[in-house]
Design a protein around this ligand. Sequence first.
Ligand SMILES: [Zn+2]
Length: 372
Amino acid sequence: MKRCLIAVLITFCVVSVFADIEIRVRKNATPATLQEIQMDGVAYVGVSQLGTVLKCIPRQDREDQRLYLHFNGESFIFLEGSSYYNFKLNSFNMHFPLKRSGAEYYIPSIFIKENLPLHFPGNIICKGNRMELDKPFNRNVQVIVLDPGHGGKDPGAVGKVIKAQEKDVNLSVALKLKQLLEKEMGITVLMTRSDDRFVSLGERTRFANDNKADLFISIHTNASKDSKAKGTETYYLSTAVTSDARAVEALENQVVELYEGGVSAKAKYDDLGFILSDLSQTEHLESSNDLAGNIQMNLIAGSGRYDRGVKQANFYVLRGAFMPAVLVELGFISNAEEEKLLINQEYQQRLARTIFEGIKRFKYRYDRIRNT
Ligand SMILES: [Zn+2]
């Protein structure tokens, strides 16, 4: 009898501790259920189930044993076997480690019941095993347009020694950056071109506007008659203030005259550009400057190249973009040393990683401003 009572008590305890979590999205009559399982005496929830119920995107990286969870425009990074996770560049503790069994990752229930409501105060309320989610707030940076400069009949600048073509370097770095943004931040990345094709400058910005992108990032490599010219610089739209900036501006704008219909096409850009840039980029100048600063700072720290700074110039491709927009010059393809580096896959990956870190830092600040 006594043994029976203990058994009943134990069953009661197990059931009460491991009752499934009921999640209700406000105004939605039918709650969804997250089934808890017990692992080493602790309640866990399978990550794929969590993804379906919370409408978040889990991405796994088996190689570095990380789990990325993208929820409500924010990212959580977990490490297999660790109770610490990363959120908005800070470390937090969920007291029990992330576990893996077979192909599935398991996250301690306490993360859902206690940590998530702390990260989204007011939007997630949890009482016991019942959770209520407010409507997702989606004013964060979620869509980025990456614009690999040049392409197709327009090779961009061409190296002097290996004859590397700018269009190939730009595309390769942009594709690597796309992968990082998608996997580690859950960002939707759209490309103005994903292969070797010609896209006019006007089409590139229109594409970003039509897709309501939050950021526009154009990727280029630089060139100069002076074969010693070297280094990395990041631009945002404005009237060019130095002769160096004017030279780069002329270089990047000449595609219009060379490949888009000559002087008459340039005149059209000049007329239209004046009206559009007045309306659109002015509003975003401060953010564009901030984004350029974050990218440039990380690029220099990560690549160790010469810092040419953040600059302003009047690039046609940035005009008319209704969002913060920058143009990155990765290095000088006309400099023998940098040309060699720019075609190196590992170096390209490093460049992509540093631009990614710059965007990440910018996003956290910008998201806060946009949500207040
Ligand atoms: Zn270019």
